[in-house]
Structure formats: structure tokens, C-alpha cells
Write a protein that binds this ligand. Structure first.
Ligand code: PGA
Length: 247
């Protein structure tokens, strides 16, 4: 059985005070449940928020896939581990599009994170042009095929997939639940063909892209949607908690 997961991606939002207040409110009001809750916070808040966290896993939005050295401005997986962070986001379309992270680089991040014993949420998703051309499944499974090319079955327990159609991210335009289910099923079938039914059945596949308090219930009711990766709607405690309770 795949785990139910709701993860917030705060991106480059919130001052230090706002971040602590939001985090405390979510942590205090969250009841222990079947849902695994994670929050990917800006790197400067990782250490302080980890100290406050009992029910929520704090994850890093980014890292550089080398242990140490002359990489000004970057953070290594070893440094993340040294402050208690062992969950990372990889392959987000904003990293791909705005910061030039290509498939090879994403593959090296996956390798590095696994070598350092980290859990990964691996993002994939197509542009509107790709969908309009009817190539979305080929494109998304191609991204996964590249990112996971060196990943063995045994390591798949550390990997969660997030399907995030680029045209739905931050646009208010959500994919319909049918579009999400179709893609999630295609991803699960792809996992089955690469790793077999056990891995396919136990890998969580999250939906991301304008998921909010109003549409989460319908999306999470899809048989192959195991939860969500939530951007804008994770910045408000009430909304985020409503999404978490939408299963
Ligand atoms: P959004 O972002 O919920 O604001 O669309 C999702 C994401 O980019 O992870």
C-alpha cells in the first residue's frame, strides 16, 4: 500500500517570523493521523524549524549533489544531514526552467540524495504545449526514466513521485481529477514495467498544481492519487490543514 502524503512547498516565501508562526500553527493544530505531512521550507529556516517539529517532516527544496568543496552559495546533502534534514525535493519545474537543471543534473541529484540516505520527492510534469500535442505521458515517463535510470528497486522505498503539470502550477488552473488520475495510472504502470508490481503499488504518487482546499477532496479520491504537493495553498495554516484532512 502506498502512503498518503501531503507536502507543502513554501518556495521563496515568508520572513523568519512568518515562517515560525505558520509552522507552529500547523504543528499545534495537526492531529496525528494516517497522513504523512512534510513541509519544504527555504534553506535558511531548515535548522530552526526542525527543532520545533514533532509531527511534520521538514525537507529541503534544494541542494547541490557533491559532498563538499568550492561551490559558493550551495548546500551539500552532508550539510543537510548534519542538521537533521533527510528529505529533499528534486526535479521541480521551477528548478528545471528557471535554474537550468536538466535531466542529467536531476539524475545526479537523485544519486547523491540516495547515497546520503535521504528521502526524495521527485517531481515531473509536462508543459501545455506538450499536453496539447498529446505527448504528456511519453514526456513524463521520459523524465522519470532519466531521473531513475540508476535507481534499483530497493531504493524506491525512499522515493515519492509528484506529478505537477507545469500549466497548473501557481496558475489557479488545476488539472481535472480525470487528467490527474490518467497520468498517475500511467506513472504507476510505468513503475510496474520497470520495477514490478510491489514497487508500483507501494510508491506514493502525489498531485501538485493549484491543489487547494476546494479541490483536494476530489483529487485525493482518485484511486492512484496518494496525496498532494501544495505550493500557494500551503502558506495558510487553515487551508493547508483542510487539504491534509481531505482524504
Ligand atoms: P501551486 O504549486 O500549488 O502553488 O500550484 C505547486 C508546486 O509548485 O509544488
Amino acid at each position: 500500500m502506498s502512503k498518503r502524503i501531503v507536502a507543502g512547498n513554501w518556495k521563496m516565501n515568508l520572513t523568519a517570523e512568518e515562517a515560525v508562526n505558520l509552522f507552529k500553527e500547523i504543528e499545534e493544530r495537526l492531529s496525528f493521523s494516517e497522513v504523512d505531512v512534510k513541509v519544504f521550507v527555504p534553506s535558511i529556516y531548515l535548522q530552526s524549524l526542525t527543532g520545533l517539529s514533532e509531527k511534520i517532516t521538514i525537507g529541503a527544496q534544494n541542494f547541490y549533489p557533491v559532498s563538499k568543496g568550492a561551490f559558493t552559495g550551495e548546500i551539500s546533502p552532508i550539510q543537510l544531514r548534519s542538521i537533521g534534514i533527510n528529505t529533499v525535493l528534486i526535479g521541480h519545474s521551477e528548478r528545471r526552467d528557471l535554474f537550468g537543471e536538466n535531466d542529467d543534473f536531476i539524475q545526479s541529484k537523485v544519486k547523491s540524495a540516495l547515497e546520503n540516505g535521504m528521502d526524495i520527492i521527485l517531481c515531473c510534469g509536462e508543459s501545455l504545449e506538450t499536453r496539447d500535442a498529446g505527448n504528456e505521458v511519453k514526456f513524463v515517463t521520459g523524465q522519470l526514466s532519466s531521473a531513475l535510470s540508476i535507481v534499483e528497486s530497493a531504493s524506491m522505498k525512499n522515493i515519492t513521485i509528484a506529478y505537477e503539470p507545469i500549466w497548473a502550477i501557481g496558475t489557479g488552473k488545476t488539472s481535472s481529477s480525470q487528467q490527474a488520475e490518467d497520468m498517475h495510472l500511467a506513472i504507476r504502470n510505468w513503475l510496474d514495467s520497470k520495477y514490478g508490481p510491489t514497487v508500483a503499488g507501494s510508491t506514493s504518487i502525489l498531485y501538485g498544481g493549484s491543489c487547494n482546499a476546494a479541490n483536494a477532496k476530489e483529487l485525493f479520491a482518485c484511486p492512484n492519487v496518494d496525496g498532494g504537493l501544495i505550493g500557494g495553498a500551503s502558506l495558510d495554516a487553515e487551508t493547508f490543514l483542510t487539504i491534509i484532512s481531505s482524504f
